[in-house]
Design a protein around this ligand. Structure first.
Ligand code: IMP
Ligand code: MG
Length: 196
């Protein structure tokens, strides 16, 4: 039977958003933040950035891999002039943060005298964000701000102010919307919590 292309798309969307639990490798996760809730939170902080940085020309620095989806949706809502660049960092092994943050792709833009907004998927202990800020500051930017999709206040161990937090979350392990468990789950449209 011939099914027109748009019908196929909406069939897969309906099927995926019906999922309330997902299994990845040895673990099960249950839905905790829906795509709609994420979208509303992203729109809210984008509006704040648009008003705070009106007249500026900031460079957003997206922290790969986890922030790719957030950065994409956030930038679509940014109406001021802006640029985007990428860094690649890794600190997690399995479901645990490690003290050892590795820089896999570094900065290569001219950040001197620019407004910088670091775009993170999640600030957990804060070790990664501190490492990135130290690296960015070496380029002598005008200002460095942080925009994060998720923030775990109970796990945070640093004093650095997080300028834009889309959603605060408990100290649980999350996947989806860019966040992974050993590389898997980044493609999920919603955010899921590890079930103990
Ligand atoms: P931090 O250095 O402890 O703040 O951890 C930050 C990085 O660890 C984030 O950028 C994520 O890539 C990863 N991370 C922290 N919490 C989670 C989680 O719940 N799920 C998946 N990745 C996480
Ligand atoms: Mg990250």
């Amino acid at each position: 039977m011939f099914i027109p292309y748009p019908a196929i798309i909406s069939y897969f969307r309906a099927k995926q958003s019906d999922m309330t639990t997902v299994d990845i490798k040895d673990k099960s996760f249950s839905i905790s933040i829906t795509e709609e809730e994420i979208r509303a939170a992203v729109t809210r902080i984008a509006a704040k950035i648009n008003s705070d940085l009106d007249g500026e020309n900031p460079i957003f620095i997206c922290v790969l891999n986890g922030a790719f989806m957030f950065a994409s949706d956030l930038l679509k809502e940014i109406t001021i002039d802006c640029e985007i660049s990428f860094v690649k960092m890794a600190s997690y092994e399995g479901t645990q943060s490690t003290e050892n943050v590795k820089t896999l792709i570094g900065l290569n833009e001219d950040l001197k005298d620019r407004e910088i907004i670091i775009v993170e998927d999640i600030v957990d202990t804060g070790i990664t964000i501190e490492t990135i800020i130290d690296q960015v500051k070496q380029y002598d930017p005008t200002d460095v701000k942080i925009a994060t999709l998720l923030f775990k206040p109970e796990a945070y161990r640093k004093d650095i102010f997080i300028d834009y937090v889309a959603l605060e979350v408990p100290d649980d392990f999350l996947i989806g919307y860019g966040l992974d468990y050993n590389g898997l789950g980044r493609n999920l449209r919603d955010i899921y919590t590890l079930m103990e």
